[in-house]
Design a binder for this molecule. Structure first.
Ligand SMILES: C[S@@+](CC[C@H](N)C(=O)[O-])C[C@H]1O[C@@H](n2cnc3c(N)ncnc32)[C@H](O)[C@@H]1O
Length: 273
């Protein structure tokens, strides 16, 4: 493989473009990371310089290359029942939440859902805790900027390692009895059809939502965003949450703004005031 250099002026072009398009702020320290992670891509595309790759990236109106770039420089790491304390908190929140419902209808957004473990966990959780789960109209909107992870999420097939921590009961209830040909655990179609997977850029795509959500999960997504982008996105989330509804962030994320509209309940869970 040809080792292609990334010159400072080229890096500056990527930095500006990625910030405007995705809200990710790349510091100078990220030069090595960008160079290292994208070199294979340039070779694959037969491009000789990062300037050529920049032109290729900005001219791709489909957004596919941008999605590839973001996947290459950020992490898609996720897992079932990640952030255990938040699921514990939800257990205590659920009875009053269910009692407050006039209609048997639940709407949740998993924003930055990666390969799907988060939205499927939400369904596994509700299935476990609602004795009349089948009688509820439950829809999860699961969005991500990366087409690659969304393809995986939509298939809903997971390696044995990914389901290792799940109880036998959850595995039996949420996955098909028969594994896929590749030996993966396949999420049942009855669960998959409750999720609407969509490619969606949280920073630049319009907020088109007509209805509000009972909860929003946006965990471990804003780690790369700068304060302005984070502030703006949280502000938009609050408009989609009714009073009392929770917003879940990643455990390493905290809010320094929007104190007037969001109250910290602990474990990076915020409640709409
Ligand atoms: C580390 S994963 C988090 C997955 C899951 N929420 C969790 O906590 O396990 C971060 C995800 O955010 C997505 N992401 C990053 N920037 C984004 C943006 N501007 N719009 C939508 N998704 C984005 C990435 O593609 C990645 O799949």
């Amino acid at each position: 493989m040809l080792e292609i250099e990334l010159r400072p002026e080229e890096f500056a072009l990527f930095r500006k473009y990625i910030y405007e398009k995705v809200g990710i702020s790349l510091s100078d320290q990220k030069t090595t990371l960008v160079k290292g992670r994208l070199n294979k891509r340039l070779n694959h595309l037969g491009l000789k310089s990062f300037r050529d790759y920049y032109d290729y990236l900005v001219s791709d109106v489909s957004g596919e290359e941008l999605s590839f770039f973001v996947s290459a420089i950020s992490t898609n790491v996720t897992s079932f029942f990640r952030e255990g304390a938040q699921w514990k908190w939800l257990e205590s929140y659920l009875p009053a939440f269910i009692a407050s419902k006039k209609e048997k209808k639940i709407r949740i957004w998993s924003a930055g859902c990666s390969s799907g473990e988060e939205p499927y966990t939400i369904l596994m959780f509700l299935q476990h805790h609602l004795s009349d789960f089948e009688r509820w109209d439950i829809k999860i909107l699961a969005t991500d900027i990366s087409s690659k992870v969304l393809t995986h999420a939509m298939k809903g097939a997971y390696d044995p390692k990914a389901v290792e921590g799940l109880s036998k009961e959850i595995i039996a209830r949420s996955f098909e009895a028969k594994k896929t040909e590749e030996g993966r655990y396949q999420i049942r179609s009855s669960l998959r059809e409750k999720i609407l997977f969509r490619k969606y850029n949280l920073v630049t795509d319009p907020f088109f939502f007509k209805n509000r959500f009972d909860m929003i999960f946006c965990r471990n997504v804003m780690i790369y965003f700068d304060d302005v982008t984070r502030h703006d996105l949280i502000g938009r989330f609050t408009t989609l949450l009714p009073k009392g509804a929770p917003l879940f962030l990643g455990s390493s994320e905290s809010l320094t703004t929007h104190r007037e509209s969001l109250k910290l309940l602990g474990s990076s869970i915020y409640q709409r005031l």
